[in-house]
Unconditional design. Structure first.
Length: 177
């Protein structure tokens, strides 16, 4: 980044980064020859300090580059992969032991505190208010009973998250109850 016109005022001076790298290398070399808690602790501390400095510099590059890969590469950093939107895991409908009984199973969603389960007979409702609440559970599983045999049903689930609510899953259809 030295003399790079894209980055006129780096938040961490190159001399500071170089000194942090040199310090880590020296502690690492010492810890190779001197096994012990103190040498390991000093190496770990130097590494943590260098990582913090590099994160500050990376944030600076990210803010200046605004996603421009050429600018990021000119800094000496590598562009990171743009995260893809998170998709909901699939869930499935299993036939229960009794007629008119289904078991809904959803892959557990990390951070969820509960799951809301809904169903609709014959079609997917145009209005969310027309879905029937089948229940709520703390586990990613729900048993629904007393459904009409040989009818078409649509099911969906909503994992309730600690920090808010997820979106409803895409409805899935089961037609052989």
């Amino acid at each position: 980044m030295t003399a790079n016109p894209n980055f006129p005022a780096p938040v961490v001076a190159m001399a500071v980064l170089t000194a942090a790298i040199d310090l880590l290398v020296s502690f690492y070399e010492i810890s190779i020859n001197h096994v012990g808690k103190e040498a390991t602790a000093k190496t770990k501390s130097a590494r943590n300090k260098l990582e913090k400095l590099l994160r500050k510099e990376a944030d600076y590059v990210k803010n200046i580059a605004e996603g421009d890969e050429a600018i990021i590469l000119s800094s000496g950093f590598e562009p990171t992969k743009v995260p893809e939107p998170r998709t909901l895991p699939e869930f499935k409908v299993l036939m229960g032991q009794a007629p008119g009984q289904v078991i809904l199973v959803h892959k557990a969603v990390k951070g969820s505190t509960a799951y809301l389960w809904q169903y609709s007979k014959d079609s997917v409702p145009a209005d969310d208010k027309l879905w029937v609440l089948a229940g709520a559970s703390s586990q990613a599983k729900c048993i629904i009973e007393n459904l009409d045999s040989l009818s078409n049903y649509w099911f969906r689930v909503l994992p309730v998250m600690r920090n808010g609510i997820f979106v409803w899953s895409a409805p899935i259809k089961e037609s052989t109850l």
